[in-house]
Design a protein around this ligand. Structure first.
Ligand code: MCN
Length: 760
């Protein structure tokens, strides 16, 4: 019997739950013996010209080995933004700021000490002269005609445009009986992984640098670092130890990682860095940060005819992946709906804030939030039930790819079934009855029901739109096996999942299969983990490699048994080849691993990305006197095709739903009018905890994809994509009868209370 589809317990957990995890700060490799420690001096102002930097006092402080500024790194070029041709290349960042600082937290200098605790004190002694410049903070401000231009060479604060705003069709909403328009804020949030950023680096006598970096893909990090340090990627070996969460924000490398490598070379001594939580809140990329204007129109009977989405994306001070997010938002703008006329445009601007990057969902949660809010605004205007409006507009079931107006090709979907299953699981009508009762009673605590139907894209990549990934599977003479993968787990459970895939083919128990990842000398190629690509590409590669390994082994077995390869059957129960009809004539797979190694490297190529979908139903209570909103129930259908391991998939849904709900309920990165961050600790940034969310109610549904033999789509980001608008819609719905149509996220008591008051 196959173990695919079963709840195999995570083989990673015994180590993680005891003392077994080895994070970058724990790496005890002997090459790092005697390492010095790096502490960054960061800008305390959002925008300023640097008049002078004096590190002499810091150099004389106890334990200080060295102190460096940007001037010491003259040979290191400015780091240009990614994606030339799309994003302005005039908006580069120096590894250490040279003339101008553009956000609070930007690295300006480093002090290097013997003891990790001496750095913070010595950094206090670095004297930096800042001549304040006017900060640009709001998105509207960034694009106003008299805005301060952060990069004069770029000519404006616009880093990228997607679509031509001048091309917006004047007649898009012609013939619509109902048109609603609204500007909504998809606020900036912090990825806040448990493990903050870190690195360790050492240069060998061969002139190569070995760097340990907790990230989402060693190979991509090697390319990023090589670019930043203007060196040949072959001179770098990147090793990824255990990673304590990444959530999209540990893709590639940050300037700090490059500085660690540079300092180690400069001093001829290994160097280590691990940041504090506050540094992480300032320096690690933030997510989301869009202002969206939605316009939706259709007929009084609830049919949507036209939809427009205009986006202003905040890239923060230096364009990184965040600058590119709107293209994903636009790609997924119409979501799961059949909307005849739709258009979307975006501008990405720079502001004096922390750079914005990918955060779980990366562009797709923003698309879902916009269209799901728009659907509710449209339902409110037509006076129809939000479920009914969605039912009327969802694309009908399809099994052949469906091409959208924005060029996405949805592989397979059954959105209506997902909606009905979620409504049934939630007991939708009963909830509406309860709501009507409370409204009629004029209860202080009102009930809100929020829906969100979504479709998202997972596993994008490659020139033809599909991605590829490699795997090596090796069977050892002792009956164990090793898998090398180009993906890079940081909480998803690949060690368990990839072992299941190999075990299923080879008949080797899961606990005898070891997964290796994240060492560029061992695994030179790999796409890493992001865009929920890993199972559909990396997992598929493992299965393919294991099958090819059996082909190779079959020939060896045939020779050994003096049989025709075609007459052999592989018995997974025994992990042995048998002569058909004569099981006594058999040879163990493991015994074929000598004298020659039994190993196969294989690359799986996917024909295209896949499009998971689902419906989330949130039930919230809102106290109309205090504005306090509480999430009571969360019922979700998340269809990611065939599920490999329900335990892993449910874990992914749980984490994602919690993060998605957190954005709607309480998380927000806030800056004051000078650009000072007000949420740089967990005391101020109210990161969600288990006490603020109910137990999630997960309903199953699986519509397989034909794009990989596993039938699997991605599940890693579904939770954040579906949950945020469902929770936001539930909170608005709770007070909709009082005249409230919209409340921006997060639903702080003050914001909810003000909305209720304003509605009268
Ligand atoms: N899975 C499954 N059946 C499916 C799909 C997936 O059993 N049909 C399982 C897979 O075997 C894998 C897990 O679910 O163990 C997630 O697989 P997949 O959807 O392929 O996503 P990735 O492994 O590529 O993970 C990436 C995704 C992203 S992009 C972010 S961001 C994210 C996330 O995963 N960050 C996370 N989940 C996270 N979970 C943790 N704990 N920490 C993070 O930083």
């Amino acid at each position: 019997m196959s173990i695919l589809g079963t709840r195999v317990l995570r083989t990673e957990d015994p180590a993680f739950l005891t003392t077994g995890g080895v994070y970058t700060a724990d790496v005890a490799d002997e090459r790092l013996a005697g390492a010095c420690h790096i502490f960054f001096v960061r800008s305390p102002v959002a925008h300023a010209r640097i008049s002078a930097i004096d590190v002499s006092a810091a150099r004389a402080a106890p334990g200080v080995v060295a102190a460096f500024t940007g001037a010491d790194m003259a040979e290191v070029p400015v780091v240009a933004p990614p994606m030339p041709g799309m994003i302005s290349q005039e908006m580069g960042q120096y590894l250490l700021a040279r003339d101008v600082v553009r956000f609070v937290g930007e690295p300006v200098a480093v002090v290097v000490t013997e003891d990790p605790y001496q750095g913070e004190d010595a950094a206090e002694l670095v004297d930096v002269g800042y001549e304040p410049l006017p900060p640009v903070l709001g998105l509207a401000e960034a694009v106003s005609d008299d805005a301060t231009v952060l990069f004069p060479a770029a000519g404006s604060n616009v880093a990228a445009t997607f679509g031509d705003p001048g091309e917006l069709k004047a007649g898009l909403f012609d013939g619509c009986e109902v048109i609603v328009s609204r500007t909504i804020v998809n606020q900036r949030v912090a990825p806040a992984p448990m493990e903050t950023r870190a690195a360790a680096a050492v240069w060998g006598e061969d002139g190569r640098c070995t760097a340990w970096v907790p990230n989402q893909g060693a190979q991509g990090t090697r390319e990023s670092l090589a670019g930043m340090l203007a060196m040949d990627a072959a001179q770098l070996r990147i090793i990824t130890p255990d990673v304590g969460g990444a959530f999209g924000a540990k893709f590639g490398a940050d300037p700090e990682h490059a500085v660690v490598c540079w300092v180690a070379r400069q001093l001829g001594r290994p160097a280590r860095w691990a940041e504090t939580r506050s540094e992480n809140m300032l320096g690690m990329t933030h997510g989301r940060a869009q202002r969206q204007t939605v316009t939706i129109g259709g007929s009084r009977d609830g049919r949507v005819a036209a939809y427009r989405l205009e986006i202003l994306q905040d890239a923060g001070a230096y364009p990184r992946f965040g600058a590119f997010l709107p293209s994903l938002t636009i790609l997924m703008a119409p979501g799961p709906y059949a909307i005849d006329r739709a258009e979307a445009v975006a501008r990405t601007v720079v502001t004096n804030t922390t750079p914005v990057g990918a955060y779980r969902g990366a562009g797709r949660p923003e698309a879902t939030a916009a269209v799901e809010r728009a659907m509710d605004l449209f339902a409110a205007e037509t006076g129809l039930d939000p479920a009914e409006v969605r039912r009327k507009n969802l694309l009908p079931k399809f099994t052949e790819p469906h091409r959208t107006a924005f060029g996405a090709s949805y592989d397979s979907g059954d959105y209506g079934a997902g909606l009905e299953r979620a409504l049934a699981a939630a007991g939708y009508q009963g909830l509406r009855d309860e709501q009507a009762k409370r409204r009629a009673n004029g209860d202080v605590v009102q009930l809100g029901i929020g829906l969100s139907c979504y479709v998202e894209i997972t596993g994008p990549g490659g020139e033809a739109g599909g991605g590829s990934e490699n795997a090596t599977v090796e069977v050892h003479p002792d009956g164990s096996a090793t898998i090398l993968t180009g993906t890079s787990p940081h909480g998803q459970g690949h060690a368990t999942a990839w072992a299941m895939l190999a075990s299923d083919e080879l008949g080797i128990p899961v606990d005898k299969i070891t997964l290796k990842w994240g060492d560029t000398d061992l695994i030179p190629k790999g796409g890493g983990t992001g865009g929920s690509r890993s199972l559909q590409q990396g997992g598929a590669a493992v299965q393919q490699a294991a099958r090819e390994l059996l082909d190779l082994a079959r020939d060896r077995a045939a020779a050994e048994l003096e049989a025709n390869p075609a007459d052999l059957v592989f018995n997974t129960e025994r992990s042995a080849f048998e002569v058909a009809g004569d099981p006594a004539a058999a040879v163990q797979l493991a015994s074929l691993a000598e004298p020659e190694r039994l190993l196969v490297y294989s690359v799986f190529r996917s024909p295209g990305p896949t499009f998971p979908f689902g419906t989330h139903v949130a039930v919230a209570e809102v106290d109309t006197q205090t504005g306090k909103a509480v999430l009571r129930r969360m019922v979700t259908v998340d269809d990611a095709g065939t599920v490999l391991n329900p335990l892993l998939a449910e874990g992914q849904r749980h984490g994602g739903i919690a993060q998605g709900a957190a954005q709607a309920l309480q998380e927000e990165v806030v800056f004051d009018a000078e650009g000072n961050p007000l949420t740089s600790t967990f005391a101020d940034y109210s990161i969600l905890s288990a006490t603020e969310v109910p137990s999630f109610e997960l309903a199953d549904m699986a519509t397989p994809t034909s794009y990989n033999p596993l039938g699997a789509k991605g599940i890693g980001e579904a939770g954040t994509i579906g949950a945020t608008p469902a929770v936001q819609n539930a909170i608005v719905d709770a007070v909709a009868h009082l005249g409230v149509r919209h409340i921006d996220m997060p639903a702080s008591p003050q914001r909810v209370w003000e909305a209720v008051r304003a509605a009268g």
